[in-house]
Design a binder for this molecule. Structure first.
Ligand SMILES: [Zn+2]
Length: 678
């Protein structure tokens, strides 16, 4: 199955920003005014709330800024929808909790009050009373008696039945996938009226057919399934004048404004189709919109808006409301373009055997964007990459848009601070180079890995695809090969010649330091003691690192040092390490080109799977001092338009919210468009 979204939680193992261990990057500097940008907002329970920056905002024209503003307004206008989709009482509960929070005049120094605040923040973070990741109902750490006292003291209205639900076992799971409990009966999600069974719903949709069976409509995507007065099933469609109509009308209002600021005709046409879909609820229009959206590729601004991912529906029909607004990452795009233009040079000068080199390399297209705003399913917890649309036939016929959310990934990696770097780096020089080059090195490695790495090399005539020949090792061998292409060129004067870096040697040294440190040590913090490495990228980072470590042993290329009972790896000869990466790249390409399963398997099994137990235990022990919350999410920068006397927008400023609560309360006030019951 295609992975349409990469969850932020798995960010450190899923993305291919491979040059640096994600947690090791250093505090950031806002290049505009040299004031350090504070990524961290606050931490509570198992959650860390962060900020992200919209880099490049000033380089947009006013018209482009307006488009971004209108699209983010449209996106946020649907916020209430996700709350109601998650659970039918969420909006009532949110209103009550916020009313207490803003009106309670009693003692706020008690543990009970602190626990109430944490509970509200957890509910905000999950867009409802069920944990955003585990799906379990969040348990308050205060009593129902205390809560009833708060309701009374603040004259807050919440029915006793709903109050009890906060504390009892009713609707304890948002999405239940345990068939024994009944997929619908066991799920609290608000997609099916109570009493409708899985069989009834499936029978209902089995009867639906599309005009062209090869182009099936996404039936059920934009509605709630209910029972009418006659007892028959019918859909309550999410559209203007339908369910969620009040919020959808606001979305339409802002999309119509966005239309006036469209960058080009295709983009405008796509927005028009989205408006038409929201007005009619037509799934035919939804497909037409997706195709138009896919073909609108010219602009600097793009967006996701609609009922998109279906994993909140245990039956997989209904889409959760989601909005993301994105700006092209101009800096990264420029780098990618330079790398892509020179793809043939990289191929010709690689250490591959001549017959394994491609005569005509076409750089793989890879897009990084800067997020300007997120809502619904994507906020506060966000993906780090998106690949849409979801309809398989559209993907097959028209392709898909795949983007990586660059500033979100940056904010994640910066949130760890430099504690881990200091703990695991061998000396001050490594720390100095990391502070100077980790971010750029990471970006360049990603570019080289994606644009050149995956495009490089060719398979011998008559040899099958890697999936056929290398089987379960194909993925880790391919990722390792792409990593090696990157490593080979990161320590190379060519990248300086191309204007990508001011000092290729220092940048290359930094990338080698951090790759080896991560591959041989720090990535082990994500593996349980005693377990093997299973994930493809983690495997390749280890087999690449462990292979060069062993092969360089006789020349002491990488030395293992023990100091005060702690292990460090120190690279003594970067030139020789460069040669070793080149040799390994040549061999891995040979394995792929010839489909040499046995040697490929031996490489991975010998170097990439088993973990040195002593080092692993030590790494886990040293990592204990860093107590990051396991889940992170974001507040959104606020776009503030400046108006002239005629009410026209003359400029748009970005203001960062100070606290999580401030943003959540403002959203509820300004974008609370839905009634409490829908
Ligand atoms: Zn890759």
């Amino acid at each position: 199955m295609e992975l349409h979204k990469i969850a932020g939680f798995f960010m450190t193992i899923a993305v291919s920003v491979i040059c640096t261990a994600q947690n090791e990057k250093t505090g950031t500097v806002n290049t505009n005014n040299k004031v350090p940008f504070e990524t961290f907002v606050e931490q509570f329970s198992d959650i860390k709330v962060l900020r992200y920056q919209i880099l490049g905002w000033k380089s947009l024209t006013l018209k482009e800024q307006k488009l971004v503003y209108y699209l983010t307004q449209a996106s946020t206008s649907g916020r209430d929808i996700i709350w109601d989709q998650h659970y039918q009482y969420n909006l009532q509960i949110r209103k009550a909790l916020e009313h207490i929070y803003q009106n309670y005049k009693g003692d706020k120094k008690t543990a009970d009050w602190k626990n109430f605040e944490i509970y509200l923040k957890r509910v905000w973070f999950s867009n409802g009373i069920h944990h955003h990741y585990s799906n379990e109902k969040i348990k308050p750490a205060f009593s129902i008696a205390y809560f009833n006292g708060l309701l009374k003291a603040t004259k807050t209205v919440l029915s006793p039945q709903i109050t009890e639900i906060l504390f009892n076992d009713v609707d304890s799971k948002k999405v239940n996938l345990d068939v024994a409990k009944g997929l619908l009966e066991g799920s609290a999600i608000n997609f099916y009226a109570k009493g409708i069974t899985q069989k009834e719903a499936e029978d209902f949709y089995a009867k639906k057919s599309s005009p062209d069976p090869k182009k099936p409509y996404s039936y059920g995507l934009n509605s709630k399934l209910v029972r009418n007065l006659k007892g028959q099933l019918e859909e309550k469609v999410w559209k203007s004048n339908g369910m969620y109509g009040a919020a959808i009308d606001k979305i339409i209002y802002w999309l119509e404004k966005a239309q006036t600021a469209a960058e080009n005709q295709k983009q405008g046409e796509a927005i028009a189709l989205l408006i038409s879909y929201y007005k009619t609820g037509s799934l035919k229009t939804w497909d037409e919109y997706n195709i138009a959206w896919l073909q609108a590729t010219e602009g600097n601004i793009d967006y996701i808006n609609g009922f998109i991912e279906v994993y909140n529906d245990p039956l997989g029909y209904r889409g959760s409301y989601e909005g993301i607004v994105q700006i092209k990452d101009f800096d990264m795009s420029k780098k990618m373009e330079v790398v892509s233009k020179n793809a043939q040079w990289f191929e010709d000068n690689s250490p591959l055997t001549a017959e394994h080199k491609k005569k005509n390399v076409v750089g793989v297209s890879y897009k990084t964007v800067v997020v300007a705003g997120e809502s619904g399913d994507s906020s506060p917890s966000t993906p780090i990459g998106v690949n849409l649309p979801n309809a398989d036939w559209i993907r097959a016929e028209y392709g898909s848009k795949s983007v990586s959310l660059g500033n979100i990934i940056d904010a994640y990696s910066k949130s760890g601070g430099k504690g881990r770097l200091k703990e695991f780096a061998n000396d001050e020089e490594e720390i100095r180079l990391s502070e100077k080059y980790a971010e750029l090195g990471g970006k360049l490695h990603t570019s080289l890995h994606e644009v050149v790495g995956h495009a490089s090399g060719q398979i011998n005539p008559g040899v099958g695809t890697p999936k056929e020949t290398l089987k379960s090792y194909a993925s880790t061998l391919e990722e390792g090969r792409a990593d090696l292409v990157g490593l080979y060129y990161l320590y190379n004067s060519k990248i300086q010649e191309l204007g990508l870096v001011d000092n290729w040697k220092e940048l290359g040294m930094q990338c080698y330091d951090s790759y080896i440190r991560n591959g041989l040590m720090t990535q082990l913090v994500r593996v349980e003691l005693g377990s093997n490495i299973e994930e493809s990228h983690m495997r390749n980072r280890q087999w690449v690192s462990a292979w060069v470590y062993e092969k360089g042993k006789k020349d002491n290329v990488i030395e293992m040092i023990t100091r005060n009972g702690k292990t460090y790896f120190n690279i003594t000869d970067y030139d020789k390490l460069y040669d070793l990466f080149g040799q390994l790249l040549k061999e891995v390409q040979r394995i792929k080109s010839e489909g040499d399963y046995e040697v490929g398997k031996a490489l991975v099994e010998t170097y990439g799977v088993k973990v040195d137990q002593k080092i692993h235990a030590e790494v886990l022990e040293r990592n204990k001092q860093f107590t990051d919350a396991p889940y992170s999410g974001f507040v959104n920068p606020v776009l503030v338009p400046k108006l002239n006397a005629k009410g026209e927008i003359i400029a748009i400023d970005i203001v960062q919210p100070k606290t999580f609560a401030e943003q959540m309360l403002k959203y509820s006030k300004d974008f609370g468009f839905l009634p409490l019951e829908n």
